[in-house]
Design a protein around this ligand. Sequence first.
Ligand code: SAH
Length: 460
Amino acid sequence: MEYLPIFLDLRDAPCLVVGGGEVAARKVSLLLEAKARVTVVAPELCPTLAEQAAAGALSHRAGRFSPDQLGDVSLAIAATDDRDVNRQVSEEARRLRIPVNVVDDPEFCSFIMPAIVDRSPVVIAVSTGGASPVLARLMRARLESLVPATYGRLAALVDRFRDAVKAKLPPPARRPFWEKVLQGPIADMVFSGRQAEAEQALREEIEQGQPAQTGEVYLVGGGPGNPDLLTFRALKLMQQADVVLHDALVSPEVLNLVRRDAERVYVGKQRDFHTLRQQEINDLLVKLAKEGKRVLRLKGGDPFIFGRGGEEIETLAAQGVRFEVVPGITAASGVAAYAGIPLTHRDCAQSCVFVTGHLRDNTINLDWEGLVRPDQTIVIYMGLHGLDILCRELIAHGQSRLTPAAIVQQGTTSNQKVVTGTLEDLPRLAAEARLHPPTLIIVGEVVRLREKLAWFDKAG
Ligand code: SAH
């Protein structure tokens, strides 16, 4: 980004607008809303501007632009339909170091005006850096429909009570207090127009002075890596956490969405290298929550699928710490979807099993007979290092060596890599492709469907 988004206080500031048409009128109305002192230079004014001039809202200098008019102005806007005039305004203003905007001509601008969604005192500005005003306007339209019109009133309410809350609550308790107010019934009262009721309820809440809130743990599934696959609940909790404990599987893009000020603790477990042991993680969660913090335990995929989420909350339950579990899209469903491999299919897969292919002492302990069933898809987590053994054992237990199989690295992300083959040749193909974890293995007739259904990264 080459621009600094700032909100400028233009109260009583002299501003010059060159141009007298409807386009100029729109800029003038923004300046007037900001309480600027506006002078319009133009041979003639359109009806809107003429009316404002007659009412004394702006001064009109009839005639053409001349550089001396820039004298002591704080800001200039050129909105004529003559490109030479616009350029002259821009050059003169820049020479005098006066911020200047030329409508629809980013090249001549020293500042640009964003599209705004006005919920004063809440203002949302959208800018594309001049690249596409149309896109900015489309985004604005979406935001308009997303942000309730009453948001401004909610902000104004908070503003009126800020001092009272400051006087009553110590700093660590304030943010949670306001979060509760802004997301709870009081906000709903404002949104539904029950302003007086909202004020009364807020007064009572402040009176009760919420004690420093007791901590809790959010065990959240962060999905398979692509941040678009997070749930709303996950995102919401990610944005209100005080501290986050995450592991290797959580992608940087997902981690990026955690509240910026939250403390980050890496508790990743990688093969043969355990940064923190499971019991230590469990204990740390309890400790942090008991300090009153809102602790986000962020896991890849779904916390209850090969995620040891159950163990973590068992400790919490035993210690009486409040917790919430947010499911995530598990690797099997995310990866399968992005690889174009439906896990079940009426013609060839009536069941689907998820297993872990984790190697222990160079063997894999699985119920092979249970896996080798007709019309069953097998999804193997953590199977890369044991891929050889997995394929060999499945074949040894009766699975056809020609069964289609796929291995997908970093599925759902822009690094997704898919290798397909048969049970027999997949280990060789995977080795040639030099895959690295996380990878997911899918075995079964459904893998064949990828030929027709691959939609994401077809090159795979
Ligand atoms: N709780 C997680 C699984 C944790 S086990 C879930 O529900 O998805 C870690 C294994 O998940 C990895 O070894 C890999 O097999 C699989 N995995 C997770 N994300 C993946 C991804 N984006 N692509 C491929 N495999 C993935």
